[in-house]
Design a protein around this ligand. Sequence first.
Ligand SMILES: NC(=O)c1ccc[n+]([C@@H]2O[C@H](COP(=O)([O-])OP(=O)(O)OC[C@H]3O[C@@H](n4cnc5c(N)ncnc54)[C@H](O)[C@@H]3O)[C@@H](O)[C@H]2O)c1
Length: 412
Amino acid sequence: MLARPPAACKSNCGLRAHLRLTLAVGPRCGFAYEGAQILVAWEIPMKILVTGGAGFIGSAVVRRALDKGMSVVNLDKLTYAANLENLAGYDARPGYAFVRADICDGAGVRAALDAHRPDAIMHLAAESHVDRSIDGPGAFIETNIAGTFALLQEARRYYDGLSGAAKDRFRFHHVSTDEVYGALGPTGFFTEETPYRPNSPYSASKAASDFLARAWAETFKLPVVTSNCSNNYGPFQFPEKLIPVALIAALEGRPIPVYGKGENVRDWLYVEDHAEALLTVLEKGRLGETYNIGGWNERRNIDLVRMICTLMDELTPKNHAHADLIEFVTDRPGHDLRYAIDATKISRELGWKPSLTVEEGMRRTAEWYIANRSWWEKLRAGGRLGLGRNSRGGASRNAVTPDGETDPGTIS
Ligand SMILES: NC(=O)c1ccc[n+]([C@@H]2O[C@H](COP(=O)([O-])OP(=O)(O)OC[C@H]3O[C@@H](n4cnc5c(N)ncnc54)[C@H](O)[C@@H]3O)[C@@H](O)[C@H]2O)c1
């Protein structure tokens, strides 16, 4: 019997048509055709609860999941890093719901789970900026560790209350970073077997959350799958990280800050490729497994910034080379030298590969920041922030100093 993969309705309504051909093997001639059957099935699209769905990567996951016909509940506290404009147009779709809640608040999470009854949780909510974790580690301990703990407890309570197909189907996808592995020397890659050696308060808090997710799987049998990804870039990235900082400084003709000598190496992945990888891990990943996600796109920071400058020379020519704006600034304490992901397992087991090279993705990103000035200008103007750079809570520190200078770009 041969079964073709189901043909899906173009509007993603959940209707699937399966064609089944029945072949019989005859004693002399090899085989004989017996018949064909068309089965029409109604597959209810998955409903996922995404924590941190108003952030950079979370919003890419929400957009992609909705495009695939899934329903999405976006649970977000709306910190400085969140921006509901990232979901403009998608927020009006019938399959989308928003819940403003803090993952540290068990009662709030419980109410959302009970009201929306998702098939899966994708946990992206986090404090995510390494520099902020140096200035104010408390918020990282609170959200990334205590928040993950509270969320796991509520996920467990919810999962224990499920039965039958709903229970079999449920997944908790814990989204993490390659920074938990620490720093590499000039050679080698992080694999799923690499021991954890986090070096910053951010990566230590993410490592702790990974261990919590693992323990909840082992001890309480919560169906967990984990992924650890390399550095993301692309549209809607908050303008405090290396690539938007460099692009915006280049656009405005201001100095482009590069830490140290720009020798640090990162493996860059376009955010939409990451979103696709995350949904692949959610749908196909084996329970209890970890999948490393990376772009096979290692670059030294200085080479990446030079690439951006060359692109900007082409896209927004000025009377000087953009590379003249590069300025080396004091390095971050404990700055990991090199990260590089071996993404063999996810491509071998789940068939995912990045679709873009860093050159292709960077062009799309630069074009987006050029075309969407109003998106980042509002954030830089400080309207949503405003606590100033001396705030003790690093997580709410302004990305723009009162005199209008952006913080140096960072690698997190
Ligand atoms: N950015 C990267 O390069 C990268 C790489 C690998 C992994 N990751 C991981 O991916 C996830 C998303 O990263 P990002 O860059 O999109 O982060 P982000 O900072 O852009 O967004 C984080 C989102 O989480 C929300 N949030 C923060 N604290 C919360 C809380 N207590 N309760 C509910 N919501 C809260 C914020 O409001 C925001 O919308 C994080 O877990 C991060 O560790 C990021």
